[in-house]
Design a protein around this ligand. Structure first.
Ligand SMILES: CC(C)(COP(=O)(O)OP(=O)(O)OC[C@H]1O[C@@H](n2cnc3c(N)ncnc32)[C@H](O)[C@@H]1OP(=O)(O)O)[C@@H](O)C(=O)NCCC(=O)NCCS
Length: 208
């Protein structure tokens, strides 16, 4: 289908191609897992600072029909994971976490993540909840995430998109505003979260 390979950023310096992860014929799970770890290392490093172990802990929890991948001049440099109310894009799996992080830390990670990764969402049918957006550091600021979002926004299955951004993440907040997301709520950080940020900003984009 045309929207599998459609989005190209005409005004970006390089050529950006976006497609859903399951449209790839070759296995790109390791590349996507590495991007996930690179983008969210501050959040995941509590469990281990070993990036290879972190990538192994999450690679098989990535749902290929819910992740979109961007290539810049042929190299995989960006990813976006979009959940629905019934399925989450990235699932925390106890066995995988224990296998890669060790029994103790794997158990700690599963206990910490199962609620926020695996629990059903309540944003309504036809809504995509954008949970995971990351561009490789070397390719940031070149329109990669913009292309990923535009691709997802063009897809017929999403009538609206929601997401959360932490208050310190100014680049991401600016990007979302530019794409047409509107802030609709803020939630104060709780417990240990307060060491990292003060508020989560909830944003929404509607197709019509
Ligand atoms: C936030 C992030 C995903 C943006 O990806 P990106 O591919 O660099 O984004 P784009 O190039 O499409 O940027 C579009 C806009 O976002 C803002 N922006 C993004 N990155 C920026 C940067 N490094 N410096 C300044 N502005 C930036 C700008 O407004 C930019 O528009 P402009 O170029 O017209 O000024 C990327 O910085 C990243 O991977 N961060 C770590 C993971 C993360 O925080 N994810 C979001 C969680 S909510």
């Amino acid at each position: 289908m045309s929207y599998e390979v459609s989005a190209k950023e005409q005004d970006a310096p390089g050529s950006i191609t976006v497609r859903r992860m399951d449209a790839y014929e070759r296995e790109i799970r390791d590349e996507v897992a590495a991007l996930l770890v690179e983008g969210f290392f501050p959040k995941l490093a509590y469990f281990t600072k070993n990036r290879r172990k972190l990538a192994l802990a999450f690679r098989d929890g990535i749902r290929a029909d819910m992740f979109y991948v961007a290539e810049l001049d042929g190299a995989v440099v960006g990813m976006l994971g979009c959940s629905s109310d019934t399925r989450r894009a990235l699932v925390a799996d106890k066995t995988l976490l224990r296998r890669s992080l060790g029994f103790l830390m794997g158990s700690v990670a599963y206990a910490a993540l199962k609620g926020s990764f695996n629990a059903p969402l309540h944003y309504g049918d036809g809504n995509g909840y954008v949970e995971w957006v990351a561009t490789a550091e070397r390719a940031r600021g070149r329109g990669v995430s913009t292309a990923l979002f535009r691709h997802v926004m063009d897809r017929p299955e999403y009538g609206s998109l929601t997401l959360e951004v932490l208050d310190f993440n100014e680049n991401a907040f600016r990007l979302y505003r530019k794409l047409g997301f509107v802030e609709y709520d803020r939630k104060a950080a709780r417990g240990m979260e307060r060491q990292m940020f003060k508020e989560r900003i909830l944003m929404r984009w509607d197709k019509d």
